[in-house]
Design a binder for this molecule. Structure first.
Ligand SMILES: C[S@@+](CC[C@H](N)C(=O)[O-])C[C@H]1O[C@@H](n2cnc3c(N)ncnc32)[C@H](O)[C@@H]1O
Ligand code: SF4
Length: 464
């Protein structure tokens, strides 16, 4: 299909192609993880990883506690204001840090450290310091390490953000979701624009780069007009990055979402109209689009990495750091170590009991085969480069691409007829429409998709 014949990118065309699709923050996806990857297996992976002493690590720390529960939330979180409960968790986390560090022997350099949640900035400062000290008594950071944190502006303050900056954090992400009072009411998240603005300015003052704001479209009560006001307030701050997430409404997985009535949600067409209205404003304001849901200013590292072909993907989404072993700490956290995905127990009590018993809290995981590694490379290149050059894969993996992926290429032909990709003898590239549906273009290369979808059809949320 030539560019002149290609359908214009609009809510209607996007809706036509929308279907459930994995986010591919990992391949195979978490739906393929299984319990045979257990604590002894994890210990073996750590021992293998320990041998690569000169390679830096990535670390993800899960701090699950929140002050209140937002009814739209899809994260693994626990509402608590009890210092004793948070202190117990913090102690177990420090125990886990020590145990993992011991298993890693001399491998102690971090290129990336991310605190996610839940709400990391809800943890009292004294407890936060305990985790921080435990980490830095065992690890050192590389010169350009990325040290990042997710912050809820409702529990943040100038003082707190400046403190994070002084501690050594250099990246920050604020959860805003929507500036409208009536939408906030419906998701049980009252948050003044002033709170977001205060935290944002403090982050600038502290010298953070890559400052990100999260917005969510498709929330109850949202309309194009209401969300345009939110995009304008966002643009007035001019964050380096904006994440524009599609509301994942999965009440069968997150029962608290049942308090949101499906009738209060915008229709699928309206939801996409909201997305397009926001996207248009971000592009007009000079942001570059990265995949469906990320926007970055042209001089931000993510946008530069996209242009230079250096964009990468990990459990936190897009990143500029080259793939490296990563460790997940805390309940539900996932690591990627010595060719295996390893996830900790998502139930706090189980996590704490297992760490107390001087074990690891491994719950499930996945040991990748050589074929998985090849497909993971293909899928990540599609998601990060919005296309694929066959020769790069053939050289790296010593395969004949067309032969190896004959089935996938047949499915890709159908996507080409729909105007999502353009294929030639050297490879394929996503069209403008295809870039918005990039997860769907990656799906033909996923060897487990059919099995996962037939076992549990509701595993993945829709792609837009
Ligand atoms: C761990 S939270 C961020 C930190 C903090 N808890 C907050 O809410 O400000 C991560 C982000 O996930 C996104 N999110 C949470 N639930 C979601 C859902 N059901 N659908 C889409 N995005 C969601 C929100 O944008 C949120 O800011
Ligand atoms: S959106 Fe953030 S603050 Fe709200 S419940 Fe989820 S993790 Fe907690």
């Amino acid at each position: 299909m030539s560019s002149a014949q290609r359908p214009p990118v609009s809510p209607a065309t996007l809706l036509q192609h929308d279907k459930p699709a994995p986010r591919y923050t990992s391949y195979p996806t978490a739906a393929s993880f299984h319990a045979e990857v257990n604590a002894p297996q994890y210990e073996e992976c750590l021992a293998q990883a320990a041998m690569r002493t000169d390679e830096p690590l990535g670390v993800y720390v899960h701090l699950p506690f929140c002050d209140t529960k937002c009814t739209f939330c899809g994260c693994t979180m626990i509402v608590s204001r009890r210092p004793d409960r948070m202190a117990t968790y913090t102690d177990r986390l420090c125990q886990e840090i020590n145990r993992v560090a011991a298993a890693l022997g001399e491998r102690r350099t971090l290129a990336q450290l991310h605190f996610g949640g839940g709400t990391p900035n809800h943890l009292p400062a004294a407890l936060f310091d305990r985790v921080w000290d435990a980490l830095w008594s065992r690890f050192q950071k590389t010169e350009h390490a990325e040290i990042s944190i997710e912050v809820d502006p409702r529990v943040g303050s100038t003082e707190q953000i400046l403190r994070f900056g002084a501690m050594g954090f250099n990246r920050i992400s604020f959860g805003v979701q929507d500036f409208s009072d009536s939408v906030q009411e419906k998701i049980h998240r009252r948050q003044s624009a002033a709170a977001a603005e205060e935290c944002f300015h403090a982050a600038r003052q502290a010298g953070f780069t890559g400052i990100n704001l999260d917005l969510v479209y498709g929330l109850p009560g949202q309309s194009v007009d209401s969300f345009v006001l939110s995009t304008e307030k966002t643009l007035a701050l001019r964050p380096d990055r904006i994440a524009l997430f599609s509301f994942a409404y999965v009440p069968w997985l997150k029962p608290h979402q049942k308090t949101i009535s499906p009738t209060s949600l915008p229709s699928p067409f309206d939801k996409l109209s909201i997305y397009f209205a926001a996207r248009e404003r971000f592009l007009d304001a000079g942001y570059e689009q990265i995949g469906m849901d990320h926007f970055a200013l042209p001089d931000d590292e993510l946008a530069r990495a996209l242009r230079q072909g250096d964009l990468r993907r990990n459990f936190q989404g897009y990143t500029t750091l080259p793939g490296t072993d990563s460790i997940g700490l805390g309940m539900s956290a996932i690591g990627d170590i010595a060719g295996a995905y390893v996830q900790n127990d998502p139930a706090i009590q189980n996590y704490e009991e297992r760490i107390s018993a001087n074990s690891f809290a491994t719950y499930r995981g996945y040991l990748r085969s050589a074929e998985d590694e090849l497909r993971r490379d293909v899928i990540h290149r599609i998601l990060c480069g919005f296309g694929l050059n066959y020769s790069a894969i053939e050289e790296r993996w010593k395969i004949d691409f067309r032969d190896h992926f004959a089935d996938a290429l047949e499915k890709l032909e159908a996507l080409a007829r729909d105007g999502l990709v353009e294929i030639d003898e050297t490879g394929f590239r996503a069209t403008e429409l295809g870039q918005l549906l990039i997860r769907i273009i990656a799906m033909p290369f996923d060897a487990y998709l059919q099995e996962v979808q037939s076992n549990s059809p509701k595993t993945f949320s829709r792609s837009v």
